[in-house]
Design a protein around this ligand. Structure first.
Ligand code: M6R
Length: 365
């Protein structure tokens, strides 16, 4: 039931802090992060020399962040593939390749087909899913349940952030197994994850900022989302949310790519959503904001509390509290973009829970 919320999207956005807390509970064991669901010995985990991450839609965006974490922490090369693409090409599988499928429903046909293929090629397949006993869980060698509770709204929100946390735990486990990280480092990153529920609560309490910023899109036909590093993915996810439920065309680019084409779109009033947290690429992204404003674009920024440069440049800022590490920002910033998409869609009279032409789980290839 809706339990007082006007739609499932609002309810599921609000459920994210609790979902993340549930997922983190009892994960920190004697030897670092516990991930018994992998059903693999420490030696087998240590031997993994390549990871394929396979998914669709929002779950694919999770894989893009997971790639950065596994590569940074466990020093293992990662290939992210849209399941529908992998199904028509030849994956480069080694004797020690792990395939991770990420699927909220566990029933996405393309993802299941890819998993079967990777298994036939000799890979261990590990599923990250929300649905107990789903096909993905039944057919995989190991399953990690994100325990986010039923996600009813077609647009994925709490599954996105919970899947991201699950992938971070996987990355920590792999790093610990192959010795790329010691227990203290693992505990340090885990402590950062433990701050996420509180940071999300804070963003949710600032939802009036999203409601206000939604006005920028009132007469828009299109919008451009920009971000750098892990937050290029936040931009992809924000654009997907907006187009999926508001039917407003939205595109996302790594901010540095703007000058290689998308800048031609800019004209007075064109909405640009720039994710510009306090991080090592902040200066560069601020330059992109300046370039956008110089061409008359209306920039909605997602920035960190206290950022005076951004406050001076942009009328509409979606503020996030300071995050303990840069990779934590995508989990926090995306909550604003979920809220923004919802307010824009409602202002345009759309049914946010059941967008046209879409199904909650896509069971055909
Ligand atoms: O259940 P899955 O995670 O496998 O679903 C994959 C996509 O169909 C899904 O994430 C879709 O992109 C969402 N509706 C986006 O909000």
């Amino acid at each position: 039931t809706l339990g007082g919320y006007s739609d499932f999207m609002a309810k599921e956005i609000a459920e994210q802090p609790a979902a993340i807390s549930r997922l983190l509970k009892d994960r920190l064991g004697k030897h670092g992060v516990e991930l018994d669901e992998l059903s693999m010995s420490n030696d087998d985990l240590a031997a993994i020399d390549r990871v394929y991450m396979v998914a669709c839609g929002t779950s694919y965006h999770v894989s893009l962040i997971a790639r950065e974490l596994v590569q940074d922490w466990a020093k293992i090369p990662v290939f992210c593939e849209y399941a529908s693409e992998l199904n028509y090409k030849e994956p480069l599988v080694t004797d020690h390749t792990l395939c991770v499928i990420i699927t909220q429903s566990g029933e996405t046909a393309d993802t299941l087909t890819a998993a079967r293929r990777m298994k036939a090629l000799g890979c261990k397949v590990f599923a990250i899913t929300n649905v107990l006993g789903s096909s993905a869980a039944r057919e995989s060698d190991g399953t990690m349940y994100i325990q986010a509770g039923p996600e009813v709204c077609v647009a994925s929100t709490k599954a996105y952030t919970a899947q991201m946390v699950a992938s971070a735990l996987l990355a920590l486990r792999l790093a610990l197994a192959n010795g790329s990280m010691d227990e203290d480092e693992v505990r340090g990153h885990f402590a950062s994850l433990e701050q996420v529920p509180g940071l999300m609560e804070e963003v949710i309490s600032r939802r009036w900022q999203d409601k206000q910023a939604a006005r920028v899109f009132r007469n828009a036909k299109s919008a451009l989302f920009l971000g750098r590093g892990v937050n290029s993915t936040t931009a992809y996810e924000g654009a997907l949310k907006l187009k999926e439920i508001s039917y407003l065309h939205a595109e996302a680019y790594p901010a540095g790519e703007m000058k290689h084409g998308p800048i031609a779109l800019l004209e007075p009033g064109f909405p640009v959503v720039a994710i510009v947290p306090a991080d090592h690429v902040h200066d560069k992204t601020v330059s992109n904001i300046e370039e956008s404003i110089a061409r008359g674009a209306t920039v909605v920024a997602v920035a960190t509390d206290g950022d005076e440069r951004v406050a001076k440049l942009c009328e509409n800022v979606l503020w996030i509290p300071p995050c303990p590490e840069e990779w934590i920002v995508p989990l926090v910033a995306v909550v604003h973009l979920q809220l923004l998409a919802r307010y824009v869609a409602r202002a345009r009279g759309c049914d946010v829970d059941k967008p046209r032409n879409l199904a909650k789980s896509v069971t055909v290839e």
